[in-house]
Design a protein around this ligand. Structure first.
Ligand code: SER
Length: 691
């Protein structure tokens, strides 16, 4: 039975039993307590809590899940056995106040033993220590005496929220494998959890207090990969059809066949391809914070395993089409987002590839010097800071050799670096401003960037000093005579991209900033660069588009707030970043849920109307006579830029914008809160992230 067969059979069974079949929800949960969707129940939390009414009292689906980073974390285990994954699919059936323990247990048992024809003697069941009712039901339904456990039979997605006792079904993979019964001290590989039926009855608050939920619900979850291994008669999930096909694709890309000594790398790459590919298709952008950083770390780990197989160059970006081939029928978003996902992964791979080689060289020279098998924190920090090695990547590499990292030492360097950089941010700006003699950067073409500009390197700042030459690995700030980069200003985060010489990247620019009228390209040198060199500044168009969407969406948001709340609402600050907006405005109280819904709807209606967005330059007086909104307390020159979106918004603005509101795709308000007396803050996602 293939993965496709099992998905169909599972959903078919529950459809016959009155369940509505729904598609998987996004991996990005609508839930600030979780980084990713870690289980099938995550999208249903508000229904369990009684905040939202269900569209059907019985539902079944196959939910994509990621357990990496945060409380549910399987990242370190992947590759070492046959059952761990960072990305997996969870089969689940739900009752929202409809059936409860009796019917849930009866259906699980019927499906496992009568439909899938698993041997009842090989199934072991467990119940919560307090749950006499479920224990009795098992006896009646299957004749089995459940093993009674405590912590293992209580389930919750986060520290707070819906939870309850559960009953698990485990499968005996064979007496020749190590490990005792579930709950015994030597849990090994013999018994594998097949299915978990949770009886969602309680809500846990921040103090740990349990209160009864409005209704008694059922949440069940079964790992599709495990079912596939059992139904296909293999003991390792990575030997099932889906993974065999991905492993073949990996062998084709890396030009190495899988064998006993390299199989862990094959497993890691196959697993990481799924988590990275699915997460980016759902709108995650690799970054240095939160879930973006988890995805970046996973991607970098995969590259390290590619390198262990002797591979250099694109890896996950080259493998993504194989993932679409394998899973695209069940998850249409994979093919729909293909161009976007491949480009993002390629950018990440390009940025890290050279650093991975150089970092490994550094590590190889340090390892022979180790005392006590512990890598000094300062070396791990240099790998992190200069070569982009996340700490867990260094730990993974060392673990393979039986070595460890001095984590406290690493943290100490990190704290010191943060303090330094706080001082530096003030410091470098002052250094640039006090340098004199530099002409202001000509950045006129920032609104319509070309990709063949020839710019001269005027100055390079490294570690607080202006230098003539910088080398690979150096953290620098570079000033040019002219640039296409938008330097951070007016709340809009500056461009990312590259400086190139004859097509080769010489600096990976993580942000273009400004010191007065000089645009500073901040980033890491990948190839020696000198003052006087002629370079081509090339912006990352993807990021530029995402930022432009966010900026125009900010104007629509302001217009919607003035319409729904009142016209006294004024902007008090903003941060416009790729696909995300933070907007502070004057307003005296919290917005109601209804107001937030109305504002979000207005913004989305304007996006759907695909109104033209005009970008014009004009005299300040003309702009004022058109009623263009200006920022409170801001000074403007005689000639100003005016951004007009349809007939709903007209603002003075120096930022980058889309040309039609439809390019924004979608907007979604995430949060509305107070930041100071009389000032509220809205955070909003747009584009693919919002979708
Ligand atoms: N929420 C439970 C789990 O993840 C059952 O779906 O195991």
């Amino acid at each position: 039975m293939t993965y496709d067969d099992i998905r169909k059979l599972f959903l078919g069974y529950f459809e016959q039993h009155g369940h509505k079949i729904v598609p998987s929800a996004s991996l990005i949960p609508d839930d600030p307590t979780l980084m990713f969707t870690v289980a099938g129940m995550v999208p249903w939390k508000d229904i369990f809590l009684g905040k939202v009414a269900p569209t059907s009292p019985r539902v079944a689906d196959v939910q994509k899940c990621i357990r990496a980073g945060g409380k549910h974390n399987d990242l370190d285990e992947v590759g070492f056995d046959g059952s761990h994954h960072t990305f997996f699919e969870m089969l689940g059936n739900w009752s929202f106040g409809d059936y409860f323990k009796e019917e849930a247990i009866a259906m699980s048992w019927d499906l496992l033993t009568n439909v899938l024809k698993l041997d009842p003697n090989r199934i072991v069941v467990t119940t919560h220590i307090t749950d006499d009712e479920a224990t009795k039901i098992w006896k009646k339904v299957s004749g089995k005496d459940a093993i009674r456990l405590d912590k293992d039979n209580w389930w919750s997605a986060g520290d707070t929220g819906p939870c309850g006792p559960c009953t698990e079904m485990h499968y005996d993979m064979g007496a020749d494998l190590d490990g005792g019964l579930p709950g015994s001290p030597d849990e090994g590989h013999r018994y594998v959890e097949l299915w978990n039926d949770v009886f969602m009855q309680y809500n846990r608050d921040a103090n740990g207090i349990l209160t009864e939920l409005p209704k008694q619900n059922v949440d069940t979850g079964a790992g599709l990969e495990r079912w596939a291994s059992i139904l296909q008669g293999v003991r390792d999930n990575y030997d099932t059809d889906l993974f065999r096909h991905l492993m073949n694709a990996i062998a084709d890309v890396v030009h190495v066949q899988k064998n006993d000594s390299n199989v862990a790398s094959f497993k890691v790459i196959a697993d990481h391809l799924r988590s990275v590919g699915f997460a980016i298709a759902d709108g995650v952008i690799p970054s240095n914070t939160d879930r973006g950083y988890v995805i970046r770390r996973i991607l970098r780990r995969a590259m390290r395993h590619g390198q262990m197989l002797g591979h250099r160059g694109p890896l996950l970006s080259a493998l993504y089409p194989a993932l679409v081939n394998e899973m695209g029928a069940a998850y249409p978003e994979l093919a729909r987002e293909q161009a976007h996902v491949v480009e993002i992964i390629k950018n990440e791979e390009n940025a890290f590839s050279d650093m991975l080689q150089s970092g490994m060289k550094l590590l190889e020279t340090e390892l022979p010097k180790l005392e006590n098998k512990i890598l000094p924190g300062a070396v791990a920090f240099k790998l992190f800071d200069t070569y982009g090695f996340p700490l867990d990547l260094t730990q993974m590499i060392l673990r393979e050799r039986g070595l460890n990292v001095d984590v406290d030492g690493f943290e100490k360097c990190m704290t010191e670096q943060k303090e330094r950089s706080r001082a530096d941010t003030r410091g470098t700006k002052i250094l640039w401003e006090s340098r004199g003699e530099l002409p202001e950067t000509d950045d006129k073409s920032k609104y319509a960037p070309i990709d063949n500009m020839q710019s001269k390197v005027l100055a390079i700042l490294r570690n607080g000093e202006f230098v003539e030459t910088a080398e690979s690995g150096d953290n620098v700030e570079v000033a040019l005579d002219k640039t296409t980069f938008y330097g951070t200003q007016g709340g809009q985060v500056g461009d990312m991209g590259e400086l190139r010489i004859n097509g080769d990247t010489v600096v990976n620019v993580s942000e273009a900033a400004r010191a007065n009228n000089i645009v500073i390209h901040k980033g890491i040198v990948t190839k020696e660069i000198h003052v006087g060199d002629i370079v081509t500044p090339v912006i990352n168009n993807n990021i530029r588009t995402q930022t432009a969407r966010a900026h125009t969406a900010t104007h629509l948001l302001q217009a919607a707030l003035r319409k729904v709340l009142n016209t006294d609402v004024e902007q008090r600050g903003s941060r416009v970043a790729p696909d995300s907006v933070r907007f502070d405005f004057s307003f005296g109280r919290a917005m109601t849920d209804d107001e937030k819904t109305q504002v979000e709807k207005l913004v989305n209606d304007w996006i759907a109307a695909d109104m033209p967005v005009k970008h014009e330059e004009m005299g300040i007086d003309e702009a004022k006579s058109r009623g263009a909104m200006a920022l409170f307390g801001e000074k403007y020159g005689d000639v100003v830029r005016v951004i007009t979106a349809g007939d709903v918004s007209c603002e003075l603005c120096g930022g980058t914008h889309v040309y039609h509101t439809g390019e924004i795709i979608k907007a979604r308000i995430n949060k509305e809160k107070s930041v100071a007396s009389g000032i509220r803050r809205i955070t909003m996602s747009v584009g693919n992230l919002a979708e």
